[in-house]
Design a protein. Structure first.
Length: 269
């Protein structure tokens, strides 16, 4: 009987551990961004700015964030005017490998850039004719991280000469993706906080710089500026809707079975 109890307990413990390692559903609560000046922006993704309501659902497991369904439509505004919007489907952020992939990505130009004679997604100025002659093609060859910018007419590139894409690139025409110097919109590959096992928050972040991201960079409303290394910091914040891991029930079951087998053993004797 002792061996039976041990086997039952070990089996239930194994089931509990297995459940704790399974994917946990998380809910997106914030898409944060700091401009080169250090100014904080909260990107709208819930339709509150008049844009589409994001329908994405998410799982977090083993350091990998997976968009399990729907799409994310996050809009960055300047005042009340949309600067640009990032639209992505099938997003997977693997913090172990440091990679960001997706089924599709698109940068949608807003009204702010057009009103100033510029294209924010392409990072270009329209030139003397005040006409946008530049195009950016996304998902080239079925690769959501691949984008090609073709500067036309008298348009000119901004400084530095990068444009918006799914993830950041160093350039060099990788995989036939043109100059491929995209500035990543969703390459949040650093785990800042992970309390999902306790019903808390998950924060993934990255920024176009070096070293760790200071905690002050992630404080809404604060403006620490470039001196703290906050330039172009960007992050995602998720909440866990499961306050108590399901494994607790299994551990309780294990203890109950042990009590039952012990009582049965005493009765048998």
């Amino acid at each position: 009987m002792k061996h039976v109890k041990t086997k039952v307990f070990m089996a239930l413990c194994a089931m509990a551990i297995s459940m704790t390692t399974q994917a946990a559903q998380v809910n997106l609560t914030t898409v944060g961004l700091r401009a080169a000046s250090g100014t904080y922006y909260s990107l709208f993704f819930n339709g509150s700015d008049g844009g589409p309501v994001s329908t994405a659902t998410w799982d977090w497991s083993g350091g990998v964030l997976t968009m399990t369904s729907g799409f994310l439509y996050a809009t960055q505004r300047v005042g009340a005017t949309a600067l640009l919007s990032d639209v992505v489907t099938g997003l997977i952020i693997d913090t172990n490998l440091g990679t960001t992939t997706a089924t599709s990505y698109q940068c949608i130009e807003g009204a702010f850039g057009l009103g100033t004679g510029a294209n924010s997604c392409a990072n270009t100025s329209f030139g003397d004719d005040f006409v946008n002659n530049t195009t950016v093609s996304y998902d080239v060859g079925g690769d959501a991280s691949c984008a090609i910018r073709n500067i036309g007419g008298d348009d000119s590139s901004g400084t530095p000469p990068v444009f918006r894409g799914l993830r950041s690139w160093a350039g060099g025409g990788v995989n036939g993706c043109g100059d491929n110097t995209g500035r990543g919109a969703l390459d949040m590959i650093t785990i800042i906080q992970d309390n999902t096992g306790f019903g808390g928050s998950l924060i993934l972040a990255n920024f176009n710089g070096t070293g760790a991201i200071p905690a002050a960079c992630l404080v809404p409303g604060a403006n620490p500026g470039d001196s703290l290394g906050c330039n172009r910091a960007h992050w995602l914040v998720f909440s866990s809707p499961i306050p108590v891991p399901a494994a607790v029930w299994l551990f309780g079951s294990a203890l109950g079975v042990l009590g039952w087998t012990r009582r049965r053993s005493v009765t048998a004797t």
